[in-house]
Design a protein around this ligand. Structure first.
Ligand code: NOJ
Length: 536
C-alpha cells in the first residue's frame, strides 16, 4: 500500500471518493460510464490521494432507480462491464493503495430479481411470496392499499398485482418505487442471501460496504398507520440492529476486517449513534451536517452534536457535503436558503454560483479539517454545479416522475463528468462518433474539466488535492473563539482551521504559516466565505 492508511483502523480518518459509475467515465463509447472508464482514470484518483472508492450499485439492474433496484448482486450490469472487470478494477485500485467499497441494499430488490419474479408467478399464499410483503387490500374488493404509508419517492407504498387469470390480486410493499419491492426480514432466506452476498464481495477483496436505507428494512408486521404505530412502523425499529450485528460478525471474520458504513437518515443523534455501537456499523453518513445552511451557528451546532453523539460509542464522525441524491454544494450554498431538504426541492430556485463556489471551497476545508472520515462525491472536487436546466424529456429519476414533476429529482447532480476542455462529451466518452452521454452535459462544461483545472493552481481540483494531502489525522479537537460568525478550531498543537461565515474580513489568529486557504489571504485577513488552515 502506498498512501492509504494500512491496518485495521484505516477507515477512522479516511477520504472516501464516491463513484456513480454511470457518470464517471465511459470506456467503451456508448455514452454510459463503465468500469473500463473508471480503470482508465485510476491514476487521476490516485493523484487525488483518496483512500477508498465507494461505488453506488454496479450490479445488474433495470435502472428504475439508478441501480438501487438490484436484479442480481453477483453480476455487474452489462452496461458497466462484467465480474472480471470488477475484479481487475478492485485489484488495480488496491495496487495504487485505494480500497473499494460496494453498495448493499437490504431494504428491497428489483422487481426483476428472480425472487420477485418467482413470487409473482407462484401466487397468493405461496412460500415464494413470503420473502416479500404481499397483502390483500382493504375495502370490499381489496381495492384499497393495506396502509396509507407515504413513499420517500412520493405517493403510496403499495402496488396491486394481477393474478394469472387477469383478476386484480394482492398488493406488495415498496417503500420506494414500485420496481423496488421490499424484502421481508423475518424470512431466513433474506438473512442467508445477504450474508452470502457480503462474502461474495469481501472474498473478492472489497474493503467494506455502504448500506442503503439502513434504518428501513424491518417493518412492524401489524402494519399500523404511522400515526397509530408504537415507534415508527418501518423506520429505525429496534430489531433492525440485529441485521448489522450479524453483518459485523461476517466483516470481522476477515483478516483485514471489512467495514460497514450506514446510510442512516435520523434526526435524533442518539438513535443515530446506536447504529455505531462497537458490534454494529463502523461509521454512518452525517446527513445532519449536510442539510444545514451556511451559517456559523447552524454548522457549529451540528459539529458539536455530531462529536458528542459519536464519543460514547467510540466511532469516528463522517463529513459529507453531498452525494448522488442531493443538490451540488456550489449551487446549494449560493442560494438564499442554503439548507438541504428533499421536501424543499423545486425547479428554478435562484442561485449565485460565484458565492456558492466560494462557500463550497471553504466548506471543503472545514470538513477536511474535522476529525473523522471525509466523503467526496465525484465532481465536487471540480466544483460542478447542479445542472438545473436538463430538458424534462431526458430526466430519469423516479423522484421527478412520482412527484408529478414538482421535485426536479436527482439527475442534475448525476450529469457525466467533464474530463477535457473540448472534444466529444468533454472527454467523458472516448473520441469518436458514439452516442451522446446518457444525460446531456451543459455547453460550458469544459470550463470545469479536469484538463482545464490541472493547469490552474487556484482551481477547486488543486484545492481538493492539497486538502487531502495536508488534512490533519487523529482525534484531537478543540474550539477557538474568534467571534460569532467564525468557526475556528485546533487539531492538536500545530494545526488551526478558521472559517469566516460572516460578511466582513476577520483577522487570523497568530500563526507561522498559512498551509492552505480557500481564497488568497492578504494582510492576515480572511475574507467572508473563506477558510484557512494555519500552522500555529
Ligand atoms: C438511498 C440511495 O442513496 C438512493 O439513491 C436510493 O434512491 C434510495 N436509497 C433507495 O434505494
Amino acid at each position: 500500500m502506498t498512501r492509504a492508511a494500512s491496518g485495521a483502523d484505516w477507515w477512522r480518518d479516511a477520504v472516501i471518493y464516491q463513484i456513480y459509475p454511470r457518470s464517471f467515465a465511459d470506456g467503451d463509447g456508448d455514452g454510459v460510464g463503465d468500469l473500463a472508464g473508471v480503470r482508465s482514470r485510476l491514476p487521476y484518483l490516485a493523484s487525488l490521494g483518496v483512500d477508498a472508492l465507494w461505488f453506488t450499485p454496479w450490479y445488474a439492474s433495470p435502472l428504475a432507480d439508478g441501480g438501487y433496484d438490484v436484479a442480481d448482486y453477483r453480476a455487474i450490469d452489462p452496461a458497466f462491464g462484467d465480474l472480471a472487470a470488477a475484479e481487475e478494477l478492485i485489484a488495480e485500485a488496491a495496487a495504487l493503495g485505494i480500497r473499494t467499497i460496494v453498495d448493499v441494499v437490504p431494504n428491497h430488490v428489483s422487481d426483476r430479481h428472480v425472487w420477485f419474479q418467482e413470487a409473482l408467478a407462484a401466487g397468493p399464499g405461496s412460500p415464494e411470496r413470503e420473502r416479500f410483503w404481499f397483502r390483500p387490500g382493504r375495502g370490499e374488493h381489496g381495492e384499497l392499499p393495506p396502509t396509507d404509508w407515504v413513499s420517500s419517492f412520493s405517493g403510496g407504498t403499495w402496488t396491486r398485482t394481477t393474478n394469472p387469470d387477469g383478476t386484480p390480486g394482492e398488493w406488495y410493499l415498496h417503500l420506494f418505487a414500485p420496481q423496488q419491492p421490499d424484502l421481508n426480514w423475518n424470512h431466513p432466506d433474506v438473512w442467508e442471501e445477504h450474508e452470502a452476498v457480503l462474502r461474495f464481495w469481501f472474498d473478492r477483496g472489497v474493503a467494506g460496504i455502504r448500506i442503503d436505507s439502513a434504518t428501513m428494512p424491518v417493518k412492524d408486521p401489524a402494519f399500523p398507520e404511522v400515526a397509530e404505530a408504537e415507534g415508527h412502523p418501518f423506520v429505525d425499529r429496534d430489531e433492525v440492529h440485529e441485521i448489522y450485528r450479524r453483518w459485523r460478525a461476517v466483516a470481522d471474520s476477515y483478516e483485514e476486517p471489512r467495514v460497514l458504513i450506514g446510510e442512516v437518515w435520523l434526526a435524533d443523534q442518539r438513535r443515530f449513534a446506536r447504529y455505531l455501537r462497537p458490534d454494529e456499523m463502523h461509521t454512518a453518513f452525517n446527513f445532519d451536517f449536510m442539510t444545514r445552511p451556511w451559517s456559523a451557528a447552524a454548522l457549529r451546532g451540528s459539529i458539536e452534536s455530531t462529536l458528542d453523539a459519536h464519543r460514547p460509542v467510540g466511532a469516528p464522525a463522517t463529513w459529507v457535503l453531498a452525494n448522488h441524491d442531493v443538490t451540488r454544494p456550489v449551487t446549494r450554498y449560493g442560494r438564499e436558503d442554503s439548507s438541504f431538504g428533499f421536501e424543499a426541492r423545486r425547479f428554478g430556485i435562484p442561485t449565485d454560483l460565484a458565492r456558492g463556489t466560494r462557500r463550497a471551497r471553504a466548506a471543503a476545508l472545514l470538513t477536511g479539517a474535522l476529525p473523522g472520515s471525509l466523503y467526496v462525491y465525484q465532481g465536487d472536487e471540480l466544483g460542478l454545479p447542479e445542472v438545473e436546466d436538463l430538458p424534462r424529456e431526458v430526466l430519469q429519476d423516479p423522484m421527478f416522475f412520482r412527484s408529478d414533476g414538482v421535485d426536479p429529482g436527482r439527475d442534475g447532480c448525476r450529469v457525466p463528468l467533464p474530463w477535457t476542455e473540448s472534444g466529444s462529451a468533454f472527454g467523458f466518452s472516448p473520441r469518436g462518433t458514439g452516442p451522446a452521454p446518457w444525460l446531456p452535459q451543459p455547453t460550458g462544461w469544459g470550463a470545469y474539466s479536469v484538463e482545464r483545472q490541472e493547469t490552474d493552481p487556484g482551481s477547486m481540483l488543486h484545492l481538493y488535492r492539497a486538502l487531502v494531502a495536508l488534512r490533519p489525522r487523529g482525534t484531537e479537537f478543540g474550539w477557538l473563539d474568534l467571534g460569532r460568525d467564525v468557526l475556528a478550531f485546533h487539531r492538536g498543537a500545530g494545526f488551526t482551521c478558521v472559517v469566516n461565515l460572516g460578511s466582513t474580513p476577520v483577522p487570523l489568529p497568530p500563526h507561522t504559516e498559512v498551509l492552505l486557504a480557500s481564497e488568497p489571504v492578504r494582510d492576515g485577513l480572511l475574507s467572508p466565505d473563506a477558510a484557512a488552515w494555519l500552522r500555529a
